[in-house]
Write a protein that binds this ligand. Structure first.
Ligand code: M6R
Length: 607
């Protein structure tokens, strides 16, 4: 997830762009850059790290340009570096891009054969050269031809010396809005970037290509035919705007999950041959059949993702999997060797305990894969291969979209292992991949239940304790639901395997204890249903999360939340989203700082 801004008008383009990028920094902050059309020539300024570095670089420069494009980056292809920072140029034109170009290797090979040279590791530079190779004086038609050959997602803004009176923008699966001013036009990947200049916006749709001029705009489809898009008036206040209309980053990130999952799986599966592929897997691919076990190590929410992955990997690849908490793993007598595949899961890539565990595993000869959201982070650099989760920056301290994108990455990874090791047939893999594609819609349907979940949050916000129960893949969700509630509402909550309740926690149950029971349709449904009965007999207040249409628990439970039907392995997605929304509302209703809960940090870089 990166941030894009474009401006054409009479104001100082560099000021409008820098102000816009500051509002988009939540979308990415590993590097930033702008391109200005200065006296007919494109001037590019870039810098690594946060926007402040670019601001300092520009402080002693005097640009008078009234046309320009800008970008703040969250790396997907190529580490955060000066060369990889946007804008990327091809003689006489320059572009900024948000998204992932899936066929960039194939396009790069073709462009190299035509004589283009590359200075970055990005997929974006390929698009810049492709536009150049299609350019015959008409920039819009060059962009149109280019996007017809691109597979993947893009929000694009293109500036050219030959066409100084226009900016071309294009969108597919990556947000882009047009801001309409008086004698000026704006482009942005999100409204807050230019809300101080205009309230009139058009939300571009997939396949739209727009020519922005000072005095107006023209939108066509990918086929060149004109299209009409509604102009909307946005009346957000500045605080609402920063969070795109949501009250908190956490809420926004919960709602981003359908999109984040699409970004995570993009380009990693093929339905034609039912296969999963990961880039940068050479070191693993050659030895994948040799592993005798998998050791997964992580902390907090990432550890919960690891517990779910154990089910996936053992089922699909038939390899024994151990899942350990990084701070515990470090101080044991480890039995690890070169036949061990070590998997570190971490959204930040900087968690000190996980990093140390990884180093120890390497010393023992293990091959290391990390599942990580931050390109260029310490853990990703020290791993043999990395599966990036492509969730975009997560600002809320409580992890939501980082977690679900970890889990779906690990699900694909388990299919990959099963196929490479010959324990999973193509038919089976194809069936599971088909189920994965249902997830965005399944999560959307859970999000539609927000109001129902809010009612429950209002009813239970003053409870002093909670119990979360689940079995099988939903046992880690019980842990995750309890952790989320603790983290942001400071209410004591315990997560337990439902079958373990009778061995102790059952003593806690009385008429004042709310119990979240995760009981979707599954191979253990009857078992969990018996646990519901046991809890109800002790007068516990049961809030059950069940598959829609399940009548079995309706008469017994105090409250029911229905989730869409999905296979057991993937039922963790709707169940966890229910618990995220519930925790969010409880904390918000209690007036707590949802995004920055007390005593917690987003990245724990100390032991
Ligand atoms: O960056 P990591 O995934 O390595 O972080 C691990 C934990 O610190 C993290 O998941 C923590 O538990 C979150 N606050 C959970 O919401």
């Amino acid at each position: 997830m990166c941030g894009i801004v474009g401006y054409i008008g009479d104001k100082s383009a560099s000021s409008v762009l820098m102000e816009g990028l500051a509002k988009l920094e939540y979308r990415g902050y590993d590097s930033a850059g702008i391109a200005l059309l200065e006296s007919g020539k494109i001037e590019v300024e870039r810098s690594v790290g946060k926007l402040i570095n670019l601001r300092e670089k520009l402080s002693d420069k005097k640009y008078s340009a009234n046309v320009g494009i800008g970008h703040t980056r969250w790396a997907t292809h190529g580490k955060p570096s000066f060369d990889n920072a946007h804008p990327h140029s091809s003689e006489g034109l320059t572009i900024v891009h948000n998204g992932i170009i899936e066929n960039y290797i194939e396009l790069k090979t073709m462009l190299k054969e035509k004589g283009f040279t590359f200075v970055s590791e990005t997929d974006t530079e390929v698009v810049a050269h492709l536009i150049k190779s299609n350019f015959d004086g008409d920039l819009k038609s060059a962009v149109q031809k280019t996007v017809q050959h691109v597979i993947g997602s893009y929000g694009l803004a293109v500036l050219s010396e030959a066409n100084p009176n226009e900016i071309i923008i294009a969108r597919k699966d990556s947000p882009l809005v047009i801001g309409i001013g008086e004698g000026e036009m704006f482009a942005a990947s999100d409204i807050p970037a230019v809300l101080s200049h205009t309230r009139k916006f058009i939300f571009m749709e997939d396949g739209d290509i727009t020519v922005l001029r000072k005095d107006g705009y023209t939108i066509t489809g990918i086929d060149g035919q004109p299209v009409d898009r509604e102009v909307k008036l946005i009346d957000w206040n500045p605080v609402m705007a920063e969070k795109a209309g949501y009250s908190h980053f956490m809420q926004k990130e919960i709602y981003e999950q359908p999109r984040a999952i699409i970004d995570t799986i993009r380009g990693r599966y093929s339905l034609e041959d039912s296969r999963v592929n990961f880039a940068d897997f050479e070191k693993i691919q050659s030895v994948v059949k040799d592993f005798s076990r998998v050791v997964i190590v992580a902390c907090g929410t990432s550890w919960h993702a690891g517990l779910i992955a154990k089910f996936y990997i053992e089922k699909f690849a038939k390899i024994p999997v151990e899942v350990d908490i990084a701070s515990e793993f470090r101080y044991r007598n480890l039995v690890i060797d070169e036949k061990t595949l070590f998997v570190a899961i971490t959204q930040s890539g900087e968690t000190a305990d996980t990093l140390s565990a990884l180093r120890i595993a390497k010393e023992h000869g293990a091959k290391v894969i990390s599942v990580c959201n931050v390109v260029g982070s310490s853990i990703s650099r020290e791993s043999d291969s990395v599966i990036y989760t492509h969730a975009g920056p997560e600002i809320g301290v409580a992890s939501t979209k980082a977690f679900t994108t970890q889990v779906i990455s690990l699900f694909l990874f388990a299919i990959y292992l099963g196929q490479e090791r010959g324990t999973m047939s193509s038919d089976e893999a194809g069936r599971y991949l088909g189920e994965v594609l249902k997830l965005p819609e399944v999560i959307e349907k859970v999000l539609e239940q927000d109001d129902n979940i809010l009612k429950l949050a209002k009813q239970f916000k003053d409870a002093s304790d909670f119990l979360y129960l689940g079995r099988n893949v939903n046992y880690p969700i019980a842990l995750e639901g309890a952790l989320k509630l603790k983290e942001i509402s400071y209410i004591h909550a315990e997560g337990y395997p439902a079958g373990e309740m009778k061995h102790g926690p059952i003593a806690l149950i009385d008429k004042d204890l709310p119990i979240f029971i995760l009981c979707p349709k599954s191979s253990v449904y009857e078992k969990v249903a018996s646990n519901v009965e046991e809890a109800k007999t002790r007068d516990g207040i049961i809030i059950a999360v069940v598959t829609e249409g399940d009548e079995g628990l309706k008469g017994i439970c105090d409250h029911i939340i229905e989730i869409p039907d999905i296979i057991e392995e993937l039922s963790v997605f709707p169940t966890v989203v229910v618990t995220q929304i519930f925790s969010y509302h409880v904390a918000h209703l209690l007036g707590l700082d949802v995004d920055q809960p007390r005593n917690l940090a987003k990245s724990v870089t100390v032991e």
